[in-house]
Ligand binder design. Structure first.
Ligand SMILES: [Zn+2]
Length: 547
């Protein structure tokens, strides 16, 4: 620091830096902000066709976690075209990426949403009963085909506003890769991809337009695979020389099921066997069982993890096998930001729910009846209230946006592209996802996101308020501790066999937007196709993509 040249350079940098931030702190009047928000909402509406194409396209790719190859290629192509810089393969995940576009100093806002689909959920859109497009294949039975198209629509509309009105700031977009495995976001956080980001808006399909703050309903989880190594032998000729790894995996499962009786009802756990041997006449030398262990607090999750480790060791002792385990997914319980949620809820009230057509409602009611839903009133027509922090935690699903929500101020916008009262992770949840219901829900959601982004870009002091909530309220009693370590690689090998089996069949159904106005048109689906009608629509017009 003694060198006068260095000091002069530092002073120059400070001067330039403060000069830059002065431009960033350009003040906008409330009426200027309101006007720009109206403009951005119109811009989103004008992009409805593009949103529809993106939603339909991702639906047609039907890619499971870590295999979102076509989805990522297509979406990053759109963003590159719009001038975004893309970093590919982040966190060592081939299908992951981070897109950035900057218009100078100002808030850095990131938009995220998931993109992977559900095993065995293949389903014709617009058809109110189970009709797989490819029997046994994956499908968008969680509606993850709609969130990134929504985000991209919002970001491109905001980008236009930022250029036109000279608004400073940086936009980032990232995909929730392998969300169904909760196996990417905690890795992005671990690897520093949220450093320098001021706030994050996450979007997720739902059956209403909603946002909440504080601790969210649902759980966090740790996903662990336990593997046992034994000794093969002829199952009939010399079984006494074998040590069965499958016995160990089964005993672990039995042990855990006894444990289950003593778990608090807020805890949820489930497992599958990922390797259960090859054929009965060979004593299985290798076997694996994979658990999701869920609770509403980090401590509760880690307690379950410790119990599961003990039970696994017990099973290995009983069978004289060797135990290894690996963490293959993690999701913190979610906590959302009050300042962003309240601003967003104002915009939700301005945008409102989409106007559903009679056809949309007919489809919704028919699907509700088909799956014996208690709700048979069709699509939502009234907005949900602003979601408040849960007073008594409620168990349920998880999302690894939890880890992001403990890293930067974050909210999740739930947008109305699906039908109330369905069971989730099921073919019925795919039915609306390439129909006008999904398209309208994504457009409405994109308006809310775009308007909320402008609120924070044009009034950066709101970003400071959001950060103050994050630091002074959210983190007051809870400290984020990652569940994954530096030594846990993302499990990118998952789903490979399933996708290798089904991709050649699924390729025949990829949406060709240059030839068909909508995916329903390409599939020859009459909208809506209800059970009471004779099924003459889907799959009978000889259009591209049929069996
Ligand atoms: Zn989801």
């Amino acid at each position: 620091m003694k060198n006068p040249t260095i000091i002069a350079s530092i002073l120059l940098l400070l001067f330039l830096g403060s000069g830059l931030s002065l431009t960033a702190q350009k003040k906008y009047s409330n009426s200027a902000i309101r006007k720009q928000k109206e403009t951005v909402a119109t811009e989103v509406q004008n992009r409805h066709k593009n949103t529809q194409v993106m939603v339909d396209k991702i639906f047609s790719f039907a890619e499971l976690g870590f295999h979102e190859v076509e989805s990522s290629k297509y979406l990053t192509g759109i963003l590159e075209e719009a001038g975004f810089e893309i970093e590919y393969g982040i966190s060592g995940i081939p299908t992951a990426w981070m897109a950035s576009w900057s218009n100078g100093p100002g808030p850095v806002i990131a938009l995220g949403s998931d993109v992977d689909c559900i095993p065995k959920a293949s389903q014709y859109p617009g058809v109110a009963y189970h009709k797989p497009m490819v029997e046994g294949a994956p499908g968008h039975g969680e509606g993850h085909n709609s969130g990134l198209p929504l985000n991209i629509t919002a970001a491109l509309a905001v980008q236009q506003s930022m250029k036109d009105a000279n608004i400073g700031g940086t936009l980032k977009i990232w995909p929730g890769i392998a969300e169904e495995l909760v196996a990417a976001k905690a890795w992005y956080v671990r690897d520093g991809y949220f450093e320098g980001i001021d706030m994050c808006i996450f979007t997720h399909v739902s059956s209403n337009m909603a946002v909440s703050y504080g601790q969210a309903r649902g759980t966090g989880l740790i996903s662990v695979e336990y593997s046992f190594d034994g000794e093969a032998a002829h199952s009939a000729g010399s079984p006494w020389r074998g040590r069965s790894a499958l016995d160990a995996a089964e005993l672990m499962n039995i042990g855990w099921n006894y444990k289950r009786e003593h778990l608090h009802p807020l805890k949820r756990s489930h497992s599958i066997f990922t390797d259960a041997g090859d054929q009965p006449n060979v004593v299985p030398s290798k076997a694996s069982i994979w658990f999701y262990l869920r609770d509403v607090t980090y401590e509760g999750i880690m307690d379950m993890y410790a119990d599961a480790n003990n039970i696994a060791q017990g099973a290995a002792l009983m069978t004289d096998t060797e135990l290894t385990s690996k963490v293959v997914g993690a999701a913190w319980p979610r906590h959302f930001n009050k300042v962003i949620a309240e601003k967003m809820y104002d915009n939700i009230q301005v945008v409102g729910l989409p106007t559903w057509s009679e056809e949309d409602q007919q489809l919704a009611v028919a699907v509700q009846k088909e799956v014996n839903s208690r709700d048979t009133t069709g699509l939502a027509t009234e907005l949900a209230p602003l979601g408040l922090p849960v007073v008594n935690p409620v168990s349920g699903g998880s999302d690894d946006i939890g880890d992001v929500s403990w890293t930067v101020p974050t909210v999740t916008l739930r947008f109305p592209s699906n039908i109330p009262g369905l069971q989730g992770h099921h073919w019925s949840n795919a039915i609306t996802m390439a129909t006008p219901i999904a398209h309208k829900g994504a457009t409405a959601g994109a308006k809310v996101v775009a308007m909320t982004m402008l609120d924070f870009l044009m009034k950066p002091e709101l970003v400071d308020e959001a950060k103050a909530y994050f630091t002074d309220v959210q983190q007051k009693e809870t400290e984020y501790r990652p569940m994954i370590t530096e030594n846990d690689p993302p499990p990118i090998e998952r789903n490979t066999a399933i996708m290798e089996t089904f991709r050649p069949e699924l390729e025949k159904y990829y949406y060709d937007e240059t030839r068909y106005e909508t995916y329903l048109e390409q599939l020859g689906v009459e909208y809506p196709t209800l059970k009471m009608k004779a099924d003459t629509a889907a799959g009978s017009t000889g259009s591209k993509g049929e069996e």
